[in-house]
Design a protein around this ligand. Structure first.
Ligand code: ARG
Length: 427
């Protein structure tokens, strides 16, 4: 921190209202002789942020601020994630990973505006979130120092509770939950407690957005999602702002138990960990988007885009949001979405979601070509010549390889006749 100013140092803390960041307020104030501003960023987490902020002030924060970033989160972060069908390791829709760079950006903006010396966050030293926060802050506002109390102090939960008592902190006493939960518009993650044993099935109590399986409807339900240029714009014909749309999808798909994910995940810091998620809206929207892309994108583009999709998901996971790589991948993704307009029918049933219908004005599925009926305009006899040339290079290569394996073709090798063999199409 800049120590030259005679004024008290000023730290802006990313504040969630939980035990860690509540204890962090007096801890930072004492340790650094600083004034603390508590900043909560609303990315669609449930729970009462206003109440948390008033507690922050009672607990010694000089100021407490709430920034509503939900619309920005949807427009600037969830949109490209949908374009990329972004699933880390094929399963995790990156709910936490997408929100961290936006929270870090907001933190940096507020800190720079206020002329603060440092920012602080409640991440531990074992996770991905510290990487995402620190890399983002260092790229966006290199002049700010970064304080991560939880990474620095050696307190367990009991120590933190004792600290809170000694400092007369007002904390919301929740029944001791063994789980660590993170939540936003795009999903919910649950870690810790008995979940740390990957051999044990997750207990029903960890789920909040997908009801108990007993409550999942016995009959399947269909729902339609409309997209314009890869952005979901309507559900069942009703146009909705994206924040509302994602919420609606969370509710509709969540009611059928869609979006439960149980995964052994590889963290950036080299740790494998068992992770559980509930991301009903994300899983359903990605399924719909992917189905629409299969209708409107040509085969080679779909194939290449899959590698970009994966790299984009990895970059987000790895904390590389504010980087030239992410921006370049996103520019590619954007250029693929011009034709991703149309509608998809999803079927929700007992924990699963499947696309069962898709339509688009830019559909590449030409019925006059694909049909087996007499109306087909596809010239079947043209296939013969196509196949001859198409297979030519590999027919020849395969022959030569067999020859090599048989020991022929070497100087002194005895299979001269085979060496001259040329596949029929080349004749
Ligand atoms: N493993 C997930 C990720 O790295 C979820 C992290 C949840 N974070 C948390 N502070 N509880 O994106």
């Amino acid at each position: 921190m800049k120590g030259s100013s005679p004024a008290k140092r000023h730290v802006v803390l990313a504040y969630s209202g939980g035990l860690d960041t509540s204890v962090a307020i007096p801890w930072i104030a004492e340790k650094f002789g600083a004034e603390v501003t508590a900043l909560s960023v609303d990315v669609g987490q449930q729970g009462e942020l206003e109440g948390a902020l008033s507690r922050a002030k009672k607990n010694g924060a000089r100021a407490a601020r709430l920034v509503d970033a939900k619309a920005t989160f949807a427009r600037e972060y969830l949109t490209p994630a949908i374009w990329a069908n972004a699933l880390y390791q094929g399963v995790y829709p990156l709910s936490t990973a997408l929100a961290r760079p936006l929270i870090a950006r907001t933190l940096a903006e507020v800190a720079v505006d206020a002329g603060a010396d440092a920012v602080a966050h409640g991440c531990t030293g074992k996770g991905n979130d510290q990487v995402r926060f620190d890399v983002a802050i260092r790229s966006l506002a290199p002049g700010l120092a970064i304080i991560a109390p939880v990474r620095e102090w050696n307190m367990n939960r009991e120590d933190e509770l004792r600290y809170a008592e000694e400092h007369h902190l007002e904390i919301r006493v929740t029944p001791k939950s063994p789980y660590s939960v993170d939540e936003n518009l795009w999903g919910r993650s649950i870690e810790g407690g008995m979940l740390e044993d990957p051999a044990k099935a997750p207990p029903e109590e960890i789920f909040a957005w997908t009801g108990h399986p007993e409550t999942w409807p016995k009959a399947p339900e269909e729902l339609s999602v409309a997209f314009e240029r890869g952005v979901p714009v309507a559900v069942d014909g009703v146009r909705l702002p994206m924040v509302e749309l994602v919420r609606t999808m969370n509710e509709r798909a969540g009611a059928h138990g869609v979006g439960r994910i149980d995964h052994v995940e590889d963290r950036v810091v080299g740790i494998k960990s068992r992770e559980n998620y509930e991301c009903p809206g994300a899983v359903a929207l990605i399924e719909a988007h992917r189905a629409l892309e299969t209708l409107v994108l040509p085969r080679d583009l779909l194939s290449f885009k899959a590698t970009v999709d994966r790299r984009f998901a990895e970059a987000i996971y790895e904390g590389l949001w504010f980087t030239p790589l992410r921006e370049a991948l996103q520019a590619f993704l954007a250029s693929t979405q011009e034709v991703v307009t149309g509608g998809v029918t999803l079927k929700l049933y007992q924990g699963s979601v499947h696309a069962v219908g898709r339509r688009s004005p830019y559909s590449l599925l030409a019925p006059e070509l694909a049909t087996y009926a007499a109306s087909s305009t596809f010239q079947q006899d043209a296939a013969v010549g196509f196949i001859q040339l198409y297979g030519l290079a590999n027919e020849l290569a395969y022959h030569r390889q067999r020859l090599a394996r048989a020991g022929g073709g070497h100087p002194g090798g005895g299979k001269k006749r085979a060496a001259r063999a040329v596949p029929p199409a080349a004749r």
